[in-house]
Design a protein around this ligand. Structure first.
Ligand code: SAM
Ligand code: DTB
Ligand code: SF4
Length: 313
């Protein structure tokens, strides 16, 4: 599936048939277990970009306080805690437009090494990268780089004006050239149409290598941002998008990302049946809330879903 027409034909199937096809893709190609990823904001707020959804943009007055880059030892401690609660991937996010070479970038390389030394997969999201920075992250052992396209090319300028879609694609190319897996998806519920969401999946399907993971975030409206009043995403539209992503990227992890704390267990269960096979685990995302670990444990138990085995070592 590479064209909008193909994606639409799948997305618009009667729901039982769409679910059947998604389940077949899961059974035949996907890993068959659910991955728990932990998320940590290593540098918070004060970001020069104007992303209309983000609590960390310096363009808006939001409740989020700025925090400088964390120390390597504090990050290592958080990674150990995440490992102890069963996370197999540790994702670190920084509110940067792009990292500056120098002591801060060197610290991030150390953080990646620390996470890898615990036996976990390491992922970072730092904004735009140069080819050389991507190479250095690879040498430090980075597993994946998260860099979302967020929405369709045509809707992008409605949400972000300080960078372009092509800037995003250029960084994704640097990451792939360095041999790092790409984690790339988007946000739904920003006023875009269902067609825009499918157009984003088409862009992902046309990357030279399909993303290793596809995060689907539901907008968490943040007070003070232009999208603070955005209405909640329709549940059926979310389930259809996840099923379509599973069919389009049968071997990728489809991550049910931001917004789970506003979803019922039943809606989350439908998303897992539709092929979502990864979540962010732990009480906090970067700055916003997430379900408690105990709630998630109960949900996975109720579903009887196998989890990626916790890292030993
Ligand atoms: N500054 C880096 C960047 O933008 O690439 C990394 C951090 S940024 C917070 C990572 C991703 O989080 C964004 O691309 C966006 O998809 C998601 N995100 C940010 N704020 C969100 C919100 N309020 N609701 C849902 N997803 C959000
Ligand atoms: C992604 O796609 N979702 C995560 C991760 N990549 C970095 C971030 C979600 C952020 C939700 C809003 C917040 O916590 O500020
Ligand atoms: Fe900055 Fe990333 Fe937030 Fe955009 S999404 S304002 S780049 S932290």
């Amino acid at each position: 599936m590479k064209t909008l027409a193909e994606f639409k034909a799948v997305y618009q199937l009667p729901l039982p048939e769409l679910m059947r096809q998604a389940m077949t893709a899961t059974r035949e190609h996907a890993a068959g277990d659910i991955q728990k990823c932990a998320l940590l904001s290593i540098k918070t707020g004060g970001c020069p970009e104007d992303c209309g959804y983000c609590s960390q943009s310096a363009h808006y007055k939001t409740p989020v306080a700025r925090e400088p880059l964390m120390s390597v030892s504090d990050v290592a401690e958080k990674a150990r805690e995440a490992k102890a609660s069963g996370a197999t991937r540790f994702c670190m996010g920084a509110a940067w437009r792009s990292p500056k070479d120098g002591p801060e970038f060197d610290s991030v390389l150390e953080m990646v090494k620390e996470v890898k030394s615990l036996g976990m997969e390491a992922c970072v999201t730092l904004g735009m990268l140069t080819g050389n920075q991507a190479k250095r992250l690879k040498e430090a052992g980075l597993t994946a780089y998260n860099h979302n396209l967020d929405t369709s090319r045509r809707y992008y300028p409605e949400v972000i004006t300080t960078r372009t879609y092509d800037d995003r694609l250029e960084t994704l190319q640097h990451v792939q050239d360095a041999g790092i897996s790409v984690c790339c998806g988007g946000i739904i519920g920003m006023g875009e149409t269902e067609e825009d969401r499918l157009m984003m999946l088409v862009e992902l399907a046309n990357l030279s290598i399909p993303p290793e993971s596809v995060p689907i975030n539901c907008l968490m409206p943040v007070k003070g941002t232009p999208l603070q009043m955005a209405p909640k995403v329709d549940s059926f539209q979310l389930v259809r998008l996840i099923a379509t992503a599973r069919i389009a990227f049968p071997k990728s992890r489809v991550r049910l990302s931001a917004g789970r704390d506003r979803m019922s267990n039943e809606l989350q269960a439908l998303c897992f049946l539709a092929g979502a096979d990864s979540v962010f685990f732990g009480e906090k995302l970067l700055t916003a809330g997430n379900p408690d670990e105990s709630e998630d444990a109960a949900l996975f138990r109720a579903m009887g879903m196998p989890e990626v085995p916790a890292c030993s070592a």
